[in-house]
Design a protein around this ligand. Sequence first.
Ligand SMILES: Nc1ncnc2c1ncn2[C@@H]1O[C@H](COP(=O)(O)OP(=O)(O)O)[C@@H](O)[C@H]1O
Ligand SMILES: [Mg+2]
Length: 301
Amino acid sequence: MANDQATQLGKVGVLFGGRSAEREVSLMSGNGVLQALRSKGVDAYAFDPAARSLAELAAEKFDRVFIALHGRYGEDGTLQGALEQLGIAYTGPGVMSSAIGMDKIMTKRIWLGHGLPTPRFMVLERATPAQQLRQVPDVLGLPLMLKAPHEGSTIGIAKVTGYAEMEEGFALCSKYDATVLAEEFISGRELTVPVLGQGSTARALPVIEICAPNGNYDYEHKYFGDETKYLCPAPLSEALTQQVQKLAVQAFQALGCRGWARVDFMLRASDDEPFLLEINTSPGMTGHSLVPMSAKQAGLS
Ligand SMILES: Nc1ncnc2c1ncn2[C@@H]1O[C@H](COP(=O)(O)OP(=O)(O)O)[C@@H](O)[C@H]1O
Ligand SMILES: [Mg+2]
């Protein structure tokens, strides 16, 4: 970034911290973003919405903000709505795309409406009786995934490998949400693809393959471990790479995203068919994060 570009941005707030279950991750993301902006000569300041009212952004004449919050109240459209009301420009997708992207069930419904591939699923209400829970594997097979639809960073996720585990997994996930997403398990390789841009100009960055020990890509491994290996660009055929990147762009466009997002996939081992899992509308920017890794591969700073 040239120096005059940096000054043109004016006073920039980096929003991080926040009140979601992903606060800890956001602190790491935000510090990274803040240092990077300052190193480019941007007049950037830390701003933690858990500690201060958003109204202070207007009162202190911030020109724009970089959103480095994850999860509820940061990534879910509520913050984006408040910033619209305050008239402060922000990074990443707008109100509607953020709100839909935060909800794994709504996201899947939109994708299905566009004919995009996503694993088969059922929506379970919190009050679902145990007897009914035990019928879910008959429909989706085993293993299956249970997810709290509004969480991220692998919080509120359970892999169920037997009928007897349904209740325990369901109890864990329904702690976080009034509904639980039950999803067919896709056995295979895990991929993620950042997308930049908007509408017809949206483009995918290089595909990353995530190789977790025992396929166990959990919270600790994601943010604190060194055992997970990342391959970028993912070792896929040219045709498969293009197919996955095209799907990522379509998934992004279907939700009306702009700016950036990161789309998670499973690539089914039996036939190399890609399935969309979820979209992250405020991707991580920690030292372990994937968008910076892929951007670097694409030659972006
Ligand atoms: N249907 C599925 N089949 C196989 N593995 C899955 C499936 N859904 C999720 N996973 C695994 O769980 C991880 C987290 O799931 P994801 O839906 O991306 O939620 P989040 O990243 O918000 O926690 C994925 O990265 C993948 O390793
Ligand atoms: Mg994910």
